[in-house]
Design a binder for this molecule. Structure first.
Ligand SMILES: C[S@@+](CC[C@H](N)C(=O)[O-])C[C@H]1O[C@@H](n2cnc3c(N)ncnc32)[C@H](O)[C@@H]1O
Length: 423
C-alpha cells in the first residue's frame, strides 16, 4: 500500500491517508511516498509499518547506527540534525496553537545540542537471557545491541561490559542502569525482579568488566507496582557534576539532566528570566538536586526548592552547603502539596520542571489565585501537557511571553521547551 507523507507529528511518526483515514508511519519525512503495511486498524486511524521508501525526500540521510529502526531508542536518525530541530520547532508551535489555543505564537529561540550524538549521560539497559539492549519500537522485545551512539563513550563501552558480567551473576537482573557524570564518575544500578541478599561481584570486578570509573553500585528490586526499592549499595554512590562554578552532588537515585551539552544552556535560559529585577522569593517546584534552584539563588533574595524524591532532597541540601548558598532552602514534598508553601511564602516567581504528565489543575488554580506571582517559568518535556497547562494559566490572567526550544534529545522525537508566562 502506498502513502504520501504530509508531515511529522509529536511521537516521531509521519502522517498520511489510507482510504480517507489518517495513518501513522515511522521513519519517514514530509513529502515522501512510501510503501507501508497495516499493523493496527482503529476506528479513526491506522498504525503502519514502513516497508519501503518509494520516493525519498532530498533531506533523507543514511542513519549512523546499524540498529536504527530495529531498536526503539531513536526516531530521527534518517533526518539531518538541523532538519530534526526545524521539525521539532514546527511540532511545538503546532501543538501550542492547537491544544493551547494560542494565537500568533512563535518559538522565539531554538537551542540545538552542541553534539547530536554521544550526548546522553545515562542509560537503562534491559536484560533477558543473553540479550542486553533496548526495547524494539512499540514492543517489549529486547534488541540485543553492542553499541549505542547516543551514549557518552564510557557508557557505550559499558554495554558489552554488562554483557560480560552476566555469566558471573547468581541471578539475572531485569535491567542495568548506568549514569556517568561530567566529571566521569560512574554509578551503576542492578535491578532484580525480587529481593536478593548478596551480590557476587565486588567493585574491583565490576570495574574490570564494565568501566574503570565505576564509583558505586546499587542493588534494587522492581516491585509489582513498577517502582524500584533500593536493597543495598556497594562503594560510594555519589557522583559530582560541575556546571560553571557550581558543583552538584547527584546520588545514584537522583535525577540529573540527561544531555550533558545542554545543562548549562538550560540553566542560562531559566536564569535569564530572573534578571530583570531583584525578586524577593522564587519557588522552584520539581527541583531535583537543585540544578535550577542554586543558579536562581544568585538573582533572588530567597529561593525555595520543592522535590518529592528524598535522595534528591538530601543531595540538594548537600549542594546548598557545598556551594555556600545561604538564601536557599529545600522541602521534601509532592508539588501538589506545595500549595500551603505558595500561600505562606507568597513568591513572585514560580519555576516548574515537571515530569511528562505536567502540572495538576489544583496547583495551577493555586498559582492563578496567588496574586503575588508575577511570572511562571515552565520547563517542559511534553508539548501536549505544556499546551494544556498554558491554557489553564489563562484563567489566572497569565499570558505567554516567550517560548524557547532547547533540544535535549537529538535523534528522538522528544521536545523540551522553556516557557515564560506573565500576568
Ligand atoms: C524533569 S526532573 C527536573 C529536575 C530539576 N529541575 C533539574 O533540572 O534537574 C523532575 C523532578 O521532579 C521530581 N518529581 C516528580 N514528581 C514529583 C512530584 N509529584 N512532586 C515533586 N517532585 C516530583 C522528580 O523526582 C525529578 O527530580
Amino acid at each position: 500500500m502506498e502513502v504520501k507523507i504530509e508531515k511529522l507529528v509529536y511521537g516521531g511518526k509521519g502522517i498520511g491517508k489510507i482510504d480517507g483515514k489518517t495513518c501513522f508511519v515511522p521513519y519517514v519525512l514530509p513529502g515522501e511516498t512510501v510503501k507501508v503495511k497495516i499493523k493496527k486498524e482503529k476506528k479513526s486511524f491506522v498504525e503502519c509499518d514502513l516497508e519501503e521508501v518509494i520516493e525519498p525526500s532530498p533531506d533523507r540521510v543514511n542513519p549512523l547506527c546499524k540498529y536504527f529502526t530495529y531498536c526503539g531508542g531513536c526516531d530521527y536518525q534518517h533526518i539531518p540534525y538541523e532538519k530534526q530541530v526545524e521539525i521539532k520547532k514546527e511540532i511545538l508551535e503546532e501543538t501550542l496553537l492547537r491544544i493551547g489555543k494560542l494565537e500568533n505564537l512563535k518559538v522565539d529561540k531554538v537551542i540545538p545540542s552542541l553534539e547530536a550524538f554521544r550526548y546522553r549521560n545515562r542509560t537503562q539497559l534491559k536484560v533477558y537471557g543473553e540479550r542486553v539492549g533496548f526495547y524494539k519500537r512499540d514492543s517489549k522485545e529486547i534488541v540485543n545491541i553492542d553499541a549505542c551512539l547516543l551514549l557518552k563513550e564510557d557508557l557505550d563501552n559499558g554495554i558489552n561490559g554488562v554483557r560480560n558480567t552476566l555469566p558471573f551473576l547468581t541471578f539475572q537482573p531485569l535491567e542495568v542502569h548506568m549514569y556517568s557524570s561530567n566529571q566521569d564518575e560512574m554509578l551503576v544500578k542492578f535491578i532484580y525482579p525480587r529481593r536478593i541478599k548478596r551480590f557476587p561481584l565486588g567493585l574491583k570486578h565490576l570495574r574490570q568488566f564494565i568501566s574503570k570509573n565505576i564509583k558505586g553500585v546499587g542493588i534494587y528490586r522492581k516491585k509489582p507496582d513498577g517502582y524500584t526499592e533500593r536493597l543495598f549499595t556497594i562503594g560510594d554512590i555519589f557522583a559530582f557534576e560541575k556546571v560553571g562554578d557550581i558543583t552538584y552532588r547527584v546520588s545514584i537515585d537522583s535525577f540529573f539532566q540527561v544531555n550533558r551539552f545542554q545543562v548549562s544552556n538550560l540553566i542560562e535560559e531559566v536564569v535569564s528570566f530572573l534578571k530583570d529585577k531583584r525578586y524577593k522569593t522564587v519557588i522552584d517546584l520539581y527541583c531535583g538536586v537543585g540544578t535550577l534552584t542554586l543558579p536562581s539563588a544568585r538573582f533572588a533574595e530567597n529561593v525555595i526548592g520543592v522535590e518529592s524524591n528524598p535522595y534528591a532532597v538530601q543531595d540538594a541540601n548537600h549542594n546548598r552547603k557545598l556551594n555556600k548558598m545561604k538564601n536557599v532552602s529545600f522541602f521534601r514534598m509532592e508539588s501538589r502539596d506545595a500549595i500551603f508553601l505558595i500561600d505562606e511564602k507568597k513568591p513572585e516567581v514560580i519555576v516548574v520542571d515537571p515530569p511528562r504528565t505536567g502540572l495538576s489543575q489544583k496547583l495551577i488554580d493555586k498559582i492563578n489565585l496567588t496574586t503575588s506571582v508575577e511570572k511562571v517559568i515552565y520547563v517542559s518535556c511534553n508539548p501536549s501537557t505544556l499546551a494544556r497547562d498554558i491554557n489553564l494559566f489563562k484563567e489566572g490572567s497569565f499570558h505567554l511571553k516567550s517560548v524557547k526550544m532547547i533540544d535535549m534529545f537529538p535523534q528522538t522525537y522528544h521536545i523540551e521547551s522553556i516557557v515564560l508566562l506573565e500576568r
